[in-house]
Ligand binder design. Structure first.
Ligand code: FAD
Length: 278
């Protein structure tokens, strides 16, 4: 069982617990994005096993009838072993997602994986129409070009600020610069991605800007936030008619994810401690 502090950020160890959590979100008009917590694998067996678990998770989502998509990390389904294995596993997941009408997101990891992730995604999204999406990171200098490349492809793009520390020649490393570039990229997406824009951010200024751009362009948009972060805002946005998704991690490998959430913001620790004492 996940202990009290961690269960604010992780839905449980089993798919059933994760789906139960999504059901409570759906009751408040918030959709789920289920993510099986895993590792960067250097061997094929565990990568294949996690890909198999994703296939089962898609079945579970279909059977439960909850509003949830899934999000997978490339290194968890074989990219650390090689492109071929990653592409095979992502293809299996995309195919099953398409059959079950469960949307498949591909998370983005550090810059050494960007080309392989984009290439695999781009070839699959053309086969599986609009049932897939990919995350792109505003801190990478290349992202404007990647967005141009994807602007004519089906599928969705989740634009985020970027979670990985990257070298200067590849990425903007100052927070102000990343925030400004993020704003520009979102503006570009609202004018060029008529099928919709996915904003992966907790930043109130960013979300207000997206709302304004939606009024100007009428481009549909959704806001995605993590489980345990600005939960009230998630509920308020949904009540206001915004399409909101909560990224819901689950699984036995929860500790390092939880530890990252706590390290990145002292408010998360305060919040977690309040949850214990109240
Ligand atoms: P920040 O710049 O961290 O914060 C801006 C403002 O937001 C703060 O001043 C505060 O007002 C508010 N805020 C932020 N955090 C909190 C908090 N804990 N509590 C209260 N208020 C807060 N990164 C990747 O590299 N690859 C991915 O695939 C990826 N997928 C993601 C999926 C989702 C759904 C989300 C939400 C993020 C994802 N990220 C991913 C992480 C992303 O790149 C950022 O690192 C992360 O979202 C922090 O940036 P931010 O825009 O939320 O705001």
């Amino acid at each position: 069982m996940i202990p009290p502090i961690a269960n604010k950020f992780v839905a449980g160890e089993t798919p059933q617990e994760a789906i139960d959590h999504v059901q409570t979100l759906n009751d408040r008009d918030v959709n789920g994005i289920l993510n099986l917590l895993g590792e960067h694998y250097e061997e094929a067996d565990p990568a294949n096993a996690d890909a198999d678990t994703y296939l089962e998770l898609i079945d579970d989502i279909e059977q439960a009838g909850v509003d949830s998509c899934i999000s997978v990390k490339p290194s968890q389904i074989g990219l650390g072993v090689g492109r071929d294995l990653f592409e095979r596993n992502l293809s299996r997941i995309a195919e099953r997602g398409d059959e079950a009408n469960v949307f498949v997101w591909v998370d983005m990891e550090d810059h050494t994986t960007t080309d392989a992730t984009l290439d695999a995604y781009e070839s699959l999204v053309r086969d599986y129409g609009g049932n897939m999406g990919i995350c792109l990171q505003a801190n990478l200098r290349r992202t404007r070009e990647d967005l141009e490349r994807l602007s004519n492809a089906p599928g969705k793009v989740r634009i985020v600020k970027g979670a990985y520390s990257e070298p200067d020649d590849i990425a903007y490393t100052k927070k102000d610069r990343v925030d400004a570039v993020y704003r520009d990229l979102i503006e570009y997406m609202f004018s060029e991605f008529e099928d919709g824009v996915a904003i992966g951010s907790h930043d109130p200024a960013v979300i207000a800007h997206a709302k304004q751009l939606h009024r100007e362009h009428e481009t549909p948009y959704e806001v995605q936030m993590l489980m345990g972060v600005r939960t009230d805002a998630q509920r308020d946005l949904a009540a206001d008619g915004v399409e909101v998704y909560q990224y819901v991690p689950y699984g036995s490998k929860w500790f390092s994810y939880f530890y990252r959430r706590i390290r990145e913001r002292k408010e998360n620790l305060a919040f977690a401690l309040r949850a214990i004492v109240s």
